[in-house]
Design a protein around this ligand. Structure first.
Ligand SMILES: Nc1ncnc2c1ncn2[C@@H]1O[C@H](COP(=O)(O)OP(=O)(O)OP(=O)(O)O)[C@@H](O)[C@H]1O
Ligand SMILES: [Mg+2]
Length: 255
């Protein structure tokens, strides 16, 4: 049985999408079969894998409203070992369209149940909100991985996020666990990054991944080439970091 990991933080710009793309690609490089699901109307994971998000007729939006079948929305082998369910701005309307739907917290979970066992890992990139889309990701997931940017307000919102995870666990998905937090955009030239890491570690009970993702210009450039970092610049510090994170994620076992 595979593991479904929701990459979530309602704070914007903390590295959710960068982690979704590059953790998925690193897991695939290590021989794992991975499905990435883009649940953000911004569609940055979709374009980051080189798909033209404005040219897609079969996205997660059509899947969630029941217009497309799961087989039709999965883009196979976008890179070796990685399949993707893409997203674009159409998804922005889904919350209102499904407002009266039955079991609307479980639409994604039900929609992917048929293909779940085909994968070692399913990685879900969440939007920067605690909306119905994020709740759907959390009811589908086994674990929640929280990227934390190494900057001054890093802890802001984290307790609210942990509270949401606990609510979903209590009411909707009893199996949900915290995968843990991963620090992103660490800048070794400043003391601030180090202080943030120390401070966050003191204040949270969650598992903290040993791997810290450095601030690396190659990671910021790769999406404009539509490639994950391991293909864009395989020897960069960013690529190496995501490989180490993938090793840790693989080694971590949940029952
Ligand atoms: N380790 C890194 N080094 C350098 N730049 C990075 C790194 N991680 C992310 N970035 C850049 O920071 C910006 C925000 O990253 P990203 O899009 O992954 O965050 P996000 O949490 O998905 O944002 P949103 O909340 O809008 O979905 C992007 O321009 C990305 O390229
Ligand atoms: Mg994002």
């Amino acid at each position: 049985m595979g593991r479904v990991i929701a990459i979530a933080n309602q704070k914007g710009g903390v590295g959710k999408t960068t982690t979704s793309i590059n953790l998925s690609a690193a897991l695939a490089e290590k021989g794992k079969k991975v499905l990435v699901i883009d649940t953000d109307p911004q569609g940055n994971t979709t374009s980051g894998f080189g798909l033209d998000k404005n040219e897609l007729d079969n996205t997660i939006y059509e899947l969630l409203i029941g217009e497309s079948a799961i087989e039709d929305v999965i883009n196979k082998d976008i890179v070796d070992g990685v399949d993707i369910i893409p997203s674009n701005v159409d998804l922005a309307a889904v919350e209102i369209e499904l407002i009266d739907a039955d079991n609307k917290e479980y639409i994604l979970r039900n929609a992917i149940s048929k293909v779940k066992d085909n994968y070692d890992f399913i990685v879900i990139d969440c939007p920067p909100s605690l909306s119905m889309l994020t709740v759907n990701a959390m009811t589908t997931a086994n674990t929640v991985l929280v990227p934390i940017q190494c900057e001054y307000y890093a802890l802001e919102g984290l307790s609210q996020l942990v509270h949401t995870v606990n609510l979903v666990k209590d009411r909707l998905n009893p199996e949900l666990e915290m995968e843990g937090v991963v620090f992103t955009m660490f800048d070794s030239r400043t003391n601030l990054s180090l202080q943030v890491v120390e401070n966050v570690k003191e204040h949270i009970q969650e598992n903290v991944y040993k791997t810290i993702i450095p601030r690396n210009i190659r990671l910021a450039e790769a999406p404009s080439y539509g490639l994950p970092i391991n293909l864009y610049e395989p020897k960069s510090a960013g690529a190496e970091a995501y490989r180490l994170l993938a090793d840790e994620v693989i080694a971590r076992k949940f029952d």
